[in-house]
Structures are given as structure tokens and as C-alpha cells.
Design a protein around this ligand. Structure first.
Ligand code: SAH
Length: 260
């Protein structure tokens, strides 16, 4: 069994004894079969990663974790935002999980005209992000913002951040996928020519953006339309593909990785 890894939303200091949530205690004792005295690793998004011990397991399943020492120092996560239109529940869950694994720093659900998801369950998405961060050896969690109307997100855009707009369509309404005219340039080409700046990527809903939305996004001063190739991808595939390309060309996939 690998050494369990937990996110604890509490400050760390040597010798501290921290009580974890009943769900986390259940994960440690029932799923990971950890007993009192067993080793685990913990992180809180600020103080790096620490070696710790499961100090006590109470009758009612409550658990106390004793901090030992810091084993990794906190490192900055790349400043990379994902704006996505919530899709069906499973696909939205997948987007949150994969964006966390791929190192997005902020996830912003945006409501578009063709967004079909009625509600976004933020608590659930936070839990998915936490579990993905625990599993993927991240030292922090991505921020997950409350859903916002697309127009509002564009209107409140902080200057300086580029918005890569994943835009699959051409401009002719009477041709399949809008024809060839007005197609976005390939993402790698756009990134190579882009100035150094923090990045965000915008992925639309299953039915895509409507004509007016597309016009509004394209005319936004921060927007750079990008193509993810000749195939139309599902929204969740487009998220994964775009984040991977961005990390490889502009993000932390360019760094050499040291052995853990
Ligand atoms: N227009 C479509 C498909 C939408 S795909 C339809 O009417 O069904 C969902 C989202 O994924 C799109 O809004 C876009 O942001 C992104 N996407 C999918 N394939 C893409 C591609 N080849 N290039 C750029 N973006 C793409």
C-alpha cells in the first residue's frame, strides 16, 4: 500500500496534533487500512508536504494526526486558469479532476447560452479537486469559483491575462462546422507567437457557443482564438487537450522533474 496523502485545511507546525474530518479518518482507516502509529503524508496548500503519523483513532471513527517534519517545501503552481461551461454531471466531474491533475490554478464555471447543466454543485467539485490533488502529488488545490455568466466573466476580465478561446468553428453558418473561413489558428502556433503573460483557456459547452457569444469572445481584447485540430472534441476532451498543450509549451512541463 502506498503511503496515504491527505489535504488538511489547517496550519502546520512541528509536533502539532490535528483532528481530521470523519470522511478523511474513514479513508485512512477503512480504505487505506492504516492503524494507529501508521505513516501518512499531509499538505495544506501553504506549508509544503509533511510526514505525519496517525496518532489516535477514536471509537466513533475520529482521528488525530501528529505532524512530524516537512518533507517538501511549498512550490508555486503555474498561474493557469480554466473557464469552462458546465456539462453533464459526469463530464463536469471529469473536467475538474483532470484540470486539477494537469495543474490548473483556478477553475471558473461559466454559464453560456447553450449550457445545459442546471446546477453546479460546488461542494462536490471541491471534493473532487481535493481528492485529485491528494492523488496527483500537488501541494495545493485549484481555486474553484462560483459559476458566472460568460458576459460577466468577460466584462470583469483583469487586463494582462490572455484568454485562449478554444474555437472549433468557421464563419459560414450554412456550411458544416462553419466552413474553413475564419477558422482559428492552431494552438501551438498561437502560443509560440503570444507575449509572455498569465494564461486562461475557455472551453465551451457540448453544443458550442452561439454566433453572438462567439463574436463577443473574439472581439474581447484579451482573447486569442485557438484551434485544437481538425476533429471536434467533446468539451471534456478539449479541456484536457488544451491544458496539456499549454503546460507543454508555456507551463511547467518544460521543467525537468526531480525524483521524489
Ligand atoms: N460546435 C459544436 C461542438 C462543441 S465542442 C456543436 O455544435 O456541437 C465543445 C467545446 O470544445 C467547444 O465549444 C470548444 O471550446 C471546444 N472544442 C472542441 N473541439 C475543438 C477544436 N477542434 N478546436 C477548438 N476547440 C474545440
Amino acid at each position: 500500500m502506498p503511503i496515504p496523502r491527505l489535504f488538511l485545511d489547517q496550519p502546520f507546525r512541528p509536533g502539532a496534533r490535528l483532528v481530521c474530518s470523519p470522511d478523511q479518518a474513514g479513508y485512512l482507516t477503512r480504505v487505506m487500512r492504516l492503524q494507529a502509529g501508521g505513516a501518512l503524508r499531509v499538505f495544506n496548500g501553504q506549508d509544503g508536504e509533511w510526514a505525519a503519523t496517525l496518532a489516535e483513532v477514536g471509537r466513533r471513527g475520529e482521528a488525530v494526526i501528529a505532524l512530524d517534519r516537512q518533507t517538501r517545501v511549498q512550490a508555486a503552481t503555474p498561474d493557469l486558469w480554466l473557464l469552462f461551461a458546465p456539462v453533464k454531471r459526469q463530464a463536469t466531474d471529469l473536467i475538474v479532476e483532470k484540470a486539477t491533475e494537469l495543474g490548473a490554478s483556478r477553475l471558473q464555471p461559466v454559464i453560456t447560452r447553450r449550457t445545459i447543466a442546471e446546477t453546479v454543485r460546488l461542494e462536490r467539485l471541491l471534493l473532487i479537486a481535493r481528492e485529485a490533488a491528494e492523488q496527483t502529488e500537488r501541494l495545493d488545490l485549484p481555486a474553484i469559483a462560483a459559476p458566472m455568466a460568460l458576459a460577466k466573466a468577460l466584462g470583469a476580465w483583469a487586463p494582462g491575462r490572455l484568454l485562449l478561446f478554444a474555437d472549433e468553428a468557421g464563419e459560414c453558418p450554412d456550411q458544416p462546422w462553419g466552413g474553413q473561413q475564419g477558422r482559428a489558428r492552431p494552438i501551438a502556433e498561437v502560443l509560440a507567437a503570444a507575449p509572455e503573460a498569465p494564461l486562461a483557456v475557455l472551453i465551451g459547452p457540448e453544443g458550442g457557443f452561439d454566433v453572438e457569444e462567439r463574436r463577443a469572445i473574439r472581439s474581447h481584447p484579451a482573447a486569442l482564438p485557438v484551434s485544437l485540430g481538425p476533429r471536434i472534441l467533446r468539451a471534456e476532451t478539449a479541456v484536457i487537450a488544451a491544458l496539456a498543450v499549454i503546460q507543454a509549451l508555456k507551463g511547467d512541463w518544460r521543467e525537468r522533474v526531480e525524483a521524489p
